[in-house]
Ligand binder design. Sequence first.
Ligand code: ATP
Ligand code: MG
Length: 407
Amino acid sequence: MILPQYVSYAISKIEDSGFSAYVVGGCVRDSLLEKTPADWDITTSATPQEIQQIFQHQKVISTGIKHGTVTVIIDCFPLEITTFRIDGDYKDNRHPEKVTFSTNIEDDLSRRDFSVNAMAYSHQSGILDPFGGQKDLKCGIIRAVGDPKVRFREDALRIMRAIRFAAQLDFGIEIETFRAMETCANLLENISAERITSEFSKLLITNTPGDILNKTFNITSRLFFGETSKNDLEGFASILDNILCDTGLRLAAYLILAASRLDKDCLTLAKSFFDRMKFPNNIKSLVLSVLTHWNGPLPDNRISVRKMISQTGFDTFQNLLTIKSIFAPEQTTPTKTIVDEIISNDDCFSFKQLDVTGNDLKDTFGLSGSMIGTALNELLDAVIEERCENKKDTLMNYFKNVPDNTH
Ligand code: ATP
Ligand code: MG
């Protein structure tokens, strides 16, 4: 296995001081899959204090020291070095009561979640793989380390992690592990919304989240919406996979599919979802604005398309069209053609494009306050509906002659 130089350096330095050290977890998994690891983690028999001593000439950050982790900066790269750990009994399906340090790497590997994440490597010892992680990597299987029920009861977030890794790696889930996920699904209620949101967000932007989200639908639907469904939904997996790989668009599509499977209104479902989960505001508003318009028909002529864009905003309209084009491609083709025409013709559908400003109306007609907004709306409508050309003089004249306006 090829390790970056700063990682090999750190391992050798720890070994030279008489301790053992290995790269461990995701970086071993990804290296064996010939993917570039996102980061490199080191596990060691040395205690955090001993690591601080060994790296006394480097910058050492001791933020995770309670859990045995120190971060050492080597050649400007931050490297997390964690002492072999045994996690004590878990409380609340979340946190171990206490963490004990160990001098045995097998203890540390056995506390890890899945066989493919429970391997370690050093140039000295080669690959340590006590739970068959290499075989599972070859067969494409996510398998819990030890008794899956026990492991999910210890930390129910692992259920979401199993789904996330299955999607990320395009793996299946070993049957006993899968059954235990279903049995323990109710324990996910005890996990913080932040941790769940983080796993679910990673899952949404994998290449193929559809199949696993379909197979585990009742696990997520129970967690997010408090109910499950007996119905399958044809196309669930392929629709999700075909949605552009973007958190907001994928989430909107998942909520639409879930609503359909649960026979619920998607906007109502989405609102209750966001009450429970902690998504950033930009994602939340993208999803809600698309779902607000989801059930309506798509406009099918140039005036009504411009009108709808002026109401929804261009981004929301595009997002709506992007998602609809996966759900019902044939329905969206005419609208897409019209949007292309509108863009290439530089048609006006927003105040920004209007050839008069609020100041023009103020200066010429002495309008003020909310009257300006009303007047601009009136003029935009007139342009969109082709009652008036988008030219300053024409617009001013038009406005002067509109009956009942307030100037
Ligand atoms: P990623 O590439 O997404 O970072 P990763 O495998 O590195 O994947 P992390 O969440 O960074 O995942 O965790 C690092 C390692 O710590 C995992 O590979 C696993 O061995 C262990 N681990 C993380 N979370 C848990 C957990 N909840 N229970 C048991 N082991 C865990
Ligand atoms: Mg990681």
